[in-house]
Each structure stands twice: as C-alpha cells, then as structure tokens.
Write a protein that binds this ligand. Structure first.
Ligand SMILES: [Zn+2]
Ligand SMILES: [Zn+2]
Length: 142
C-alpha cells in the first residue's frame, strides 16, 4: 500500500489515496461520457475502496453532478466547484464502498510514474489512438 497525493487545478481541494499494488496504474476509459466530461479522448481511473480516499483539504469545495449510466443507476461525479477538476466518481452500480478515482490528478499520474494498466470501452477508442495496454471492448468480464 502506498499513499498518493492529489490536488485540483486551483488548489482549493487536496486529497490522498492509498493504493494497493494492483491499483498502482491507470485504467483508461474511452467511453463517450469520459470524452465529454474530460474534453479529451480518455480518462485515467482506478477503482478503490471509498475508505482509501481522504479529502485533506476543501471537502466542502466539492460539487456533485449526477448522471444516469446504461444500468439506469446514478453516477455521482465529485468535482472542485471553483476549477471543475473531477476528483472521483461514485457509481451506484458498484455499491456504496467503491469509488472511481481520477488517477490522472495524482502527482504520480502527472509525472508519469503511474503507467497504463488496462483500457476499457475500447470500442469507442478514436481511430488515431494507439493501444497502450490490454483493451476490453466494454468492461472486463467479472
Ligand atoms: Zn479547484
Ligand atoms: Zn468512461
């Protein structure tokens, strides 16, 4: 277990995440929602227990945006109300104790220490993007 530090763009919000060895890499998501929410071509994520994330500064600065996924269940996105950086998402379909952490905002995500571990929703990958890790068409079989 290693502790990683993250902060939003404006610095109002800071957090630490404790990641197991198998969580110390990015899951790239190519789905259209990730493209639109990030304004980019994929997002960098890891699924972690909710208890592994500690908001150390500015918890009250976080806003919540909810959309409904293909399952019909809510996906709650927590973001800095000032600069709009997305810190983490909670998908109801995963239960109460799991969250999706945006690993690209961790210091080790920004400096390249964390590497791609897998890619999901590869079917929505843009044609000019190279594959960088094991890719699943949608989600890995559970
Ligand atoms: Zn911010
Ligand atoms: Zn996605």
């Amino acid at each position: 277990m290693t502790s990683y530090q993250g902060k939003c763009h404006c610095g109002n919000t800071e957090w630490s995440a404790t990641l197991d060895k198998e969580q110390q890499g990015h899951i790239l998501c190519h789905c259209d929602t990730c493209k639109i929410l990030s304004g980019s071509v994929f997002t960098l994520n890891q699924i972690i227990p909710k208890s592994a994330l500690k908001i150390s500064k500015g918890e009250s600065s976080l806003g919540k945006y909810t959309y409904y996924g293909e399952s019909g269940k809510g996906v709650h996105c927590y973001f800095c109300k000032n600069c709009t950086s997305h810190v983490y998402h909670h998908q109801e379909v995963m239960g109460d104790d799991k969250i999706v952490l945006r690993t690209g905002l961790l210091k080790e995500g920004l400096d390249g220490t964390l590497k791609p571990a897998a890619e999901i929703f590869g079917k929505a990958r843009l044609g000019w993007e190279k594959e960088v890790a094991t890719t699943f068409d949608t989600l890995p079989p559970s």
